[in-house]
Ligand binder design. Structure first.
Ligand code: ZN
Length: 311
């Protein structure tokens, strides 16, 4: 199963005991997957997957007594729950803060009233329900991405606001899907995604996510280090090649014997070990690195002036 599927399965087993939390999570699921029709009256929660469907069913059963609740499952057509008794629809939607009174009756609101998500526990429950009904998360082995796909901007903004109340900065963008405008609340930061898993109460998935993140971080650090060392090595080699060329030039033109003792020793040490680093040469000569550096600079100056005389 996908990482996203694992998170959802874990969240489906997470059922709060307080009624306010059950209602908040149910409100999120109705916002994500609910539809209202007036004639005949019907509140339908339709999901592509079984997990959010089962959770909706459990929440409805625990928080209400609904006689007109019907279950439908069509092969390839997803799952749906229908409430057909107007009084029962109104009870559920009023409890979830999702009823808008209109001139000719009432309709389903885009996002619930503030009171539904006033408590911290209920905000967590709402985010959990929104994820079950509209969310997905990428396998952290690939890239960090968590999103909620919703049909109205108001709904996407509601999720963004609730995440923000926990210090998680998500973004909302609109996208076209099947010639319909949809709104996506998304985040791409690994540590913030870990925070969201924690907020939703998806603790087993959070541990797995963090394990993968630690391994990835270590791997990235090693890669950076290897690249950095390779760059250093390139510098060491190109400096050594240059020094060897200079010394060979000096040897051909005036002979290494003509050099003062210190310079001659440095020149011979370089010729004996063309790919040694400055530190290795300094150990060989028994002098400090800056001393070796100084001698090579002198040799370079001599080679430069010989080249100039040659021209
Ligand atoms: Zn609560």
């Amino acid at each position: 199963m996908s990482f996203s599927g694992d998170v959802k399965r874990e969240l489906s087993e997470h059922v709060g005991s307080a009624r306010h939390c059950l209602i908040a999570e149910l409100a999120a699921l109705i916002c994500a997957c609910g539809q209202m029709s007036a004639d005949p009256p019907c509140l339908e929660v339709h999901t592509e997957n079984e997990v959010p469907y089962k959770k909706t069913f459990t929440l409805l059963q625990k928080a209400f007594t609904i006689k007109s609740l019907q279950e439908h499952h069509q092969e390839g057509g997803g799952w749906s729950l229908k409430i057909t008794e107007p009084a029962e629809i109104l009870t559920v939607l009023s409890a979830c803060g999702l009823v808008q009174r209109t001139a000719d009756g009432w309709r389903l609101e885009g996002a619930p009233e503030e009171r539904i998500t006033e408590r911290v526990c209920c905000r967590k429950a709402y985010i959990r329900g929104a994820f079950l009904g509209s969310g997905s998360i990428n396998d952290p082995n690939k890239n960090y991405h968590l999103e909620f796909v919703l049909e109205q901007k108001e709904k996407a903004e509601k999720v963004r606001e609730l995440l923000q109340s926990f210090g998680v900065e998500a973004h909302v963008l609109s996208r076209r899907r099947f010639s319909k405008e949809i709104y996506v609340t998304y985040l791409k930061d690994g540590s913030q995604i870990a925070d969201v898993l924690n907020i939703m109460g998806s603790h087993a998935s959070l541990l797995r996510f963090e394990d993968i993140r630690v391994v990835k971080d270590v791997r990235n650090k090693i890669n950076r280090q290897v690249n950095c060392e390779a760059a250093n090595l390139d510098r060491v080699i190109s400096a050594a090649v240059r020094q060897t060329e200079d010394i060979q030039l000096i040897d051909e033109m005036i002979g290494l014997d003509t050099l003062p003792k210190g310079l001659r020793e440095a020149a011979e040490a370089r010729l004996a070990a063309p790919d040694a680093s400055l530190s290795e040469i300094s150990i060989r000569l028994g002098i400090g690195k800056s001393g070796v550096n100084h001698r090579f600079r002198k040799l370079l100056e001599i080679a430069e002036s010989l080249k100039k005389n040659q021209e």
